[in-house]
Design a protein around this ligand. Structure first.
Ligand SMILES: [Zn+2]
Length: 451
């Protein structure tokens, strides 16, 4: 079925053109356009099934405990595996996630949870667990649950270990850390709004023991975007200016943090067309351009900008993973910019609210960014590291610097135009194909009519 400029609608070449008037044909053409670009393209893009991922959990530290019976150990391990499986399975499909403690699966697992004996080596300000940036393995400190006299009673009933309480708490922490490896940041929700990625200080030990926390809509959105990808790591953008993160640690609060070295910023955005873009950072390339058409970088998805529950509340900078960040917008599959990347112009990042940190570095606590996509389409984004009062370390902040690529200890400028040319992803490839086919069909038809 094609639309041509003479106002005729042809159902196919075997049926003679139906004359129904120019206005109605234009309306019909518009409807067909909407059907193809707004309905069909997203279905094609989203119809790719999610891959299966295996999460291996090393439970040997539980086996080594002398204060748990054999029955308790089996119950605890079973609870932890089931908790993780439930949390991920409900969002990505139960058939797409395997959670196992079978050691033969460790080497090929997509993610590994190391339940470590003992407490966090950072004794001054211990955390429940951590994700070593860029790693496929996360650590959960068993001793922070069982050997910290300040919290251990929360995981007991009648003075004895309660394997349900321990299992819920350890399973939650493991799921949270694995969530970070799929690029999900924190939120600062409270009460019943709390979720899998809520900041650790907002979830005291008694709540870890007694409540279940799931990925919220934003977390599930990021999880589905990155399911099947390797752990994210941001790229150092060579001879371009990047946002450099300065971590001055976590404030000391009544409850343990999830992990140390996370700088959480309140995420704000504005712009009439913001919903047509996803916000992200440039990541190290992991697919050679096969999936996203860009052989130099990955797009690390951080948030939608719909103004609804799929948007991030915070953008989290995890130490080691987000030390250098180059921001990028990507057109959503249903936008006229589908799959196109817009890397932030280095003149369009603004730093405010500076403070001299104890190392003598002047760091900014507020970051503003602006994209002029085309005349009339301006997107503004703000990141505020002070939004959480006493829960925000006053010395955490940012500088904006040119980072040079080091080759053999010598810094060399890299051709940034080669690296930063706009790339088109899968969605726009489909669109180009659809448009090209339509033009081709129309030309063939015109040729036939002339014959
Ligand atoms: Zn965390």
């Amino acid at each position: 079925m094609t639309c041509d400029q003479s106002g005729n609608l042809s159902v196919n070449s075997f049926v003679s053109p139906i004359k129904i008037g120019k206005v109605w044909t234009m309306i019909l053409c518009a409807l067909i356009f909407v059907a193809v670009f707004v309905v069909a393209v997203p279905i094609i893009v989203h119809a790719q099934p999610l891959p299966k991922q295996t999460i291996y959990v090393d439970t040997s530290a539980i086996n080594a405990r002398t204060d748990l019976t054999a029955l308790q150990k089996a119950a605890l391990k079973g609870y932890i595996l089931g908790d993780i499986k439930g949390n991920f399975g409900v969002k990505v499909g139960s058939e797409n996630v395997e959670v196992t403690d079978d050691p033969s699966k460790k080497a090929t697992a997509d993610r590994v949870v190391n339940i470590k004996a003992g407490r966090d080596p950072n004794t001054a300000n211990p955390a429940w667990g951590r994700w070593p940036a860029g790693s496929k393995s996360v650590d959960v400190y068993l001793g922070e649950f069982m050997d910290d006299p300040n919290v251990a009673d929360a995981f007991k009933t009648g003075g004895s270990w309660d394997t349900d309480k321990l299992g819920r708490a350890i399973g939650h922490t493991a799921g949270h850390e694995v969530g970070h490896s799929y690029s999900i940041g924190h939120n600062s929700k409270a009460g019943d709004e709390r979720s899998k990625m809520t900041k650790g200080n907002n979830i005291p030990a008694t709540d870890r023991a007694n409540s279940l926390f799931n990925f919220d809509e934003h977390g599930a959105n990021v999880l589905k975007s990155n399911w099947g990808k390797p752990p994210c790591a941001t790229a150092v953008d060579y001879d371009f200016k990047v946002l450099v993160t300065h971590y001055w640690g976590e404030p000391t609060l009544p409850n343990k943090p999830n992990e140390l070295g996370a700088l959480d910023t309140l995420f704000g955005f504005s712009g009439l067309y913001s919903s047509q873009f996803d916000f992200g950072v440039l990541g190290k390339d992991t697919d050679g351009g096969i999936r996203d058409g860009n052989p130099y970088f990955d797009f690390i998805f951080k948030s939608s900008m719909f103004g609804n529950a799929t948007d991030a509340q915070m953008i989290s900078f995890i130490q080691g993973a987000h030390d250098y960040s180059q921001f990028v917008l990507r057109g959503t599959p249903t936008s006229p910019f589908a799959g196109q990347w817009f890397i932030l112009n280095e003149e369009k990042l603004y730093l405010n609210n500076f403070i001299m940190n104890p190392s003598g570095i002047n760091v900014a606590r507020l970051v503003g960014m602006m994209w002029h996509i085309e005349p009339g389409i301006i997107i503004e984004i703000t990141l505020n590291s002070l939004a959480y009062g006493t829960a925000s370390n006053p010395y955490n902040g940012f500088t904006y610097e040119t980072i040079w690529k080091l080759v053999g200890g010598v810094s060399i400028p890299v051709d940034k135009f080669g690296l930063l040319a706009p790339y088109f992803g899968f969605a726009s490839t489909i669109m180009v194909a659809v448009v090209a086919t339509a033009i081709y069909v129309k030309r063939v038809k015109h040729r036939k009519e002339k014959q």
